[in-house]
Design a protein around this ligand. Structure first.
Ligand code: BTN
Length: 327
């Protein structure tokens, strides 16, 4: 069904649906119950946002090009009628999307609310490490989930996110990302994605899970700061082509919705299986470097809680809760 035009955003949706065909300005004005000048003003506003709209004499407006942005309209275009995302809040530049998501969750935002930014000036990663979030090159977003589960199950959502992003990258860019425990995605042995899961909870119930996702999408090698040059990569570098960030963001969100539903209906087993299949860590000889010790052995699997199990040389099995994994 065609979107009914009532404001600038619905006008944009209508021009997108027309698939490059002109849409009459008079028809749009009649439909919206406004003047043709009002329609023209909305068109001007869209042009200021980076859309190219051509006015074809006697025929109407044609949407010719879309900006490379992560606006709600551009992400929703790829989500179609997928039910998972309830709201998308888009920023040009923020410190970090994480505190914004926490605030939104506390103020009653529903599960499926997404905070996304073109740039983060104080992006942060696990263990309070900085996260490089260059403007317009990646996907920097926090997803609010409100599942009815006890707090100890919340870390499993990091694994749901990892499996979802692997699939989204495969679907959108045709390259295989592998999961490095606990929450890094690698392509060609270099980090392409980080996931940071934070929790708002009562002692026995989760209030909200905030999944922070950073995906390096369209960076070229020279876009990474020097200290990341040897360890980071982007989907573009690895696939050899520029990626539609809005399409990838939509695929990530669709898959998070899909796998969350499977998890809530069928439990952790299907997610654990997919995680292990996509894992770069399982089966490898690794060093788990912790604050006070390093455990060396073969990574053999993850537990229900997402704990990494390592078989050491003396045959003992050690559960690792938090560590940096080195080959
Ligand atoms: C890590 O690998 O240490 C996790 C990195 C998580 C980065 C994302 S980008 C969106 C969200 N906002 C942040 O400040 N961090 C997360």
């Amino acid at each position: 069904m065609e979107s009914k035009v009532k404001d600038k955003d619905s006008l944009l949706r209508r021009l997108m649906e027309a698939g490059g065909e002109p849409v009459s300005g008079q028809m749009l004005a009649d439909e919206a119950g406004v003047s043709r000048t009002a329609i023209w003003k909305w068109v001007r506003e869209l042009e200021e946002e980076g859309y190219t709209v051509r006015s074809v004499r006697k025929k109407g407006y044609v949407l010719e090009a879309m900006p490379d942005l992560l606006t709600p309209a551009l992400i929703r275009r790829h989500l179609k009628d997928d039910p998972f995302v309830s709201d998308i809040i888009h920023y040009e530049s923020v410190g970090s999307t994480m505190p914004i998501a926490h605030r939104e969750a506390q103020n009653g935002a529903s599960g499926g609310t997404v905070i996304v930014a073109e740039e983060q000036t104080e992006g942060r990663g696990r263990l309070a490490r900085p996260w490089s979030s260059t403007a317009g090159k990646g996907i920097w977003m926090s997803v609010i989930l409100k599942p009815d589960i006890p707090p100890h199950r919340a870390p499993q959502f990091t694994l749901i996110a990892a499996v979802s992003i692997c699939r989204a990258i495969r679907e959108t860019a045709g390259v295989e990302a592998r999961i490095k425990w606990p929450n890094d995605l690698l392509i060609g042995g270099r980090k392409v994605t980080g996931i940071l899961t934070e929790l708002q909870a009562d002692p026995d119930r989760v209030q909200a899970i905030i999944i922070g996702i950073g995906i390096n999408v369209n960076q070229e090698t020279e876009d990474f700061p020097e200290e990341l040059a040897d360890i980071a990569t982007s989907v573009r570098i690895q696939s050899g082509h520029r990626i539609d960030r809005a399409a990838l963001a939509a695929a990530v969100l669709r898959n998070i919705g899909f796998y969350s539903k499977i998890y809530l209906e069928e439990g952790f087993a299907p997610i654990k299986m997919l995680w292990e299949e996509n894992s770069d860590t399982i089966g490898r000889k690794v060093n788990a470097v912790m604050m006070r010790e390093t455990v060396t052995g073969t990574a053999i699997g993850i537990t229900e809680e997402g704990v990494l199990e390592i078989r050491t040389e003396d045959g003992a099995i050690r559960g690792i809760y938090s560590a940096d994994i080195e080959p």
